[in-house]
Design a binder for this molecule. Structure first.
Ligand SMILES: [Zn+2]
Ligand SMILES: [Zn+2]
Length: 333
């Protein structure tokens, strides 16, 4: 058996470490993938920083994986060698619980998540259940690096966008990887986007305007128009009352991150008049199929900063510091 290179989380709050691990072996219904690119998600940073519990340690992070099929087992036999596939956060569900049976597999209590419960894509090789991997848009239009960020920021952002119904004036709080893609979807759908960045982040605000945002400002700024809905991508609970105050009567505020600092208390008047506050968790395969079909039609353009695999810790540090616009992607082969 071969040995593959990987960057592993040995213990939370400690830097990822380079390691040589035994090559993974495809189990029943699984694909063996040669990883080409893996985008870096804020969830990876939460796992690294101990804000979310790892499914096991040592753990290979990474759940926005673009790979080529190298082998397969059992039911995965129809998928040819060399096929390009994407592997998202939702890695496995039981398919039998009341959530799975009602179109809400994203809420399956027995779900296993890529890069948390299943070793992920910060490695040369990985395995994935073929039923949860996606076919990707044509490679000519979408390089491995460019398509990788769609697999979490894009998909979960898209699910969050759907929760806002037909809201015309849409606020995006935290203009990182997910917001930069969802801004393009929203503009394509004829919505007006109001982008909120860290206070004073003029580069981020210019980036948002360049992607079609009608207005960009700091998170504490009052937008020029009352909003119909807001999505919060930044892991900052203090944004919740700010967003509730920025939306009008009947407005929706959705939080799209897996972890957030505590939400400060706020007057009931900020929720009154049928404002809705909700979270969005994980993704369904249907969300993924919809976004991956829509993305080439817009087309969504991703701005990526690439790092070699052994610089994964640096990529996470740069994400923590807000050092780049758009998405960080590990280029693996
Ligand atoms: Zn289930
Ligand atoms: Zn993610």
């Amino acid at each position: 058996m071969g040995r593959m290179r990987a960057m592993v989380l040995v213990e939370p709050k400690r830097p990822l470490e380079p390691a040589e691990l035994g090559d993974p072996v495809a189990g029943e219904g699984e694909l063996l993938l040669g990883v080409r690119a893996c985008a870096v998600c804020r969830t990876d940073l939460h796992l690294r920083d101990g804000e979310l519990a790892a499914g096991h340690l040592p753990l290979v992070l990474g759940h926005q994986i673009v790979g080529r099929v190298l082998g397969r087992s059992g039911e995965a036999h129809g998928i040819a060698d060399g096929t390009r596939v994407g592997v998202p956060w939702l890695g496995w569900t039981d398919g039998t619980c009341r959530y799975c049976m009602s179109g809400r597999e994203n809420l399956c209590p027995n779900a296993r998540f890529t890069g948390r419960d299943i070793d992920g894509g910060y490695a040369q090789l990985t395995v994935a259940d073929h039923r949860f991997a996606f076919e990707l848009p044509a490679e000519e239009a979408w390089s491995d690096e460019q398509v990788a960020p769609l697999l979490c920021g894009g998909l979960i952002g898209y699910r969050a966008l759907r929760m806002t119904g037909d809201a015309r004036r849409l606020g995006l709080y935290g203009f990182g990887s997910a917001a930069s893609m969802i801004c393009q979807v929203a503009v394509h759908e004829g919505r007006e986007v109001y982008a909120f960045t860290r206070d004073g982040d003029e580069q981020g605000q210019a980036f948002a305007r360049g992607l079609g945002a009608a207005w960009a400002g700091g998170s504490a700024d009052t937008p020029p128009e009352e909003l119909d809905a807001a999505l919060i991508f930044a892991p900052v609970g203090a944004l919740v009352p700010l967003a509730l105050r920025a939306v009008g009567r009947g407005g929706v505020v959705a939080t799209a991150g897996i972890h957030m600092s505590d939400i400060p208390s706020f007057p009931y008047a900020d929720l009154w008049e049928e404002r809705t506050l909700r979270s969005v968790a994980n993704l369904t395969r249907k969300d993924g199929e919809e976004l991956l079909a829509l993305a080439p039609k817009i087309p969504i353009r991703t701005q990526v900063t690439t790092y070699p695999l052994d610089q994964a810790e640096q990529a996470l540090a740069d994400l923590r510091a807000g050092a780049f616009e758009g998405s960080a992607v590990l280029r693996i082969a």
